[in-house]
Design a protein around this ligand. Structure first.
Ligand SMILES: CC(C)(COP(=O)(O)OP(=O)(O)OC[C@H]1O[C@@H](n2cnc3c(N)ncnc32)[C@H](O)[C@@H]1OP(=O)(O)O)[C@@H](O)C(=O)NCCC(=O)NCCS
Length: 193
């Protein structure tokens, strides 16, 4: 039928347009992410992600090879170092003000469902819970922050940690899974004494 072939052509054209727009977006991400870390380039990257719809405050720093998916927001003066990955899904990752995130960190507001033994995990629904990073937090190198975690104001996550539970304000945590290894308040007292 002549009508049928017309509809098939339209469907093909629509698919082509979608593929083209996704490819263009992916190319622009790669281009902006690979710009160097000096001069205005990190701010240029912030501008790019803001244009993509991300709620990033103006005075932020995003280093090379950092990627965002889903809902992510970031407060003023925060800094993300090289090669980090953020996936806020639908529920979101909220990064406060003056937060430092060191290289190679992964923050995800979701986990794969695995309760159904009959179904491959890739086909099971994801479980989402928001991640909140309060102001003045330092996440050191190579850390993973799991879904549903809140990092309290002024806390430190030591390098190579996997954080699966909330972290109290001003505490220092480390390890896999991360446990409390100190507090900034006691360190401050030691420094004065
Ligand atoms: C978390 C950190 C800031 C703590 O430093 P600190 O206050 O000087 O702590 P200390 O070295 O006195 O260690 C205190 C205890 O915690 C342990 N600890 C320190 N860092 C740890 C970590 N990342 N994971 C697990 N345990 C850790 C120490 O072994 C020590 O245990 P002990 O008392 O049983 O001996 C530091 O270890 C760290 O991870 N720095 C990040 C470095 C980094 O990533 N830099 C680049 C990015 S900016």
């Amino acid at each position: 039928m002549p009508g049928d072939s017309g509809q098939t052509d339209m469907r093909l054209l629509r698919k082509l347009c979608i593929i083209l727009s996704v490819s263009m977006r992916s190319c622009s991400e790669t281009l902006f992410s690979s710009l160097p870390n000096y001069g205005a380039f990190p701010r240029f990257r912030v501008w790019y992600w803001r244009k993509r719809g991300y709620a990033f405050a103006k005075r932020c720093y995003i280093a090379r090879d950092v990627y965002f998916l889903g809902k992510v927001s970031m407060g003023e003066g925060s800094s993300i170092s090289n090669n980090c990955m953020f996936n806020g899904g639908k529920v979101g990752i909220t990064i406060g003000k003056k937060v430092m995130i060191a290289p190679n960190c992964v923050l995800a507001a979701f986990s794969h469902g695995y309760s159904d033994l009959e179904k491959p995990m890739i086909d099971q629904p994801v479980v989402e819970a928001p991640v909140v990073i309060e102001d003045d937090v330092w996440i050191a190198a190579n850390c993973t922050i799991a879904k549903g975690v809140r990092l309290g104001h002024g806390c430190i996550v030591g390098s190579n940690s996997v954080v699966t539970r909330d972290v109290e304000p001003y505490s220092i945590v480390g390890g896999v899974p991360a446990i409390v290894i100190g507090t900034r308040k006691s360190k401050a007292k030691e420094a004065v004494a």
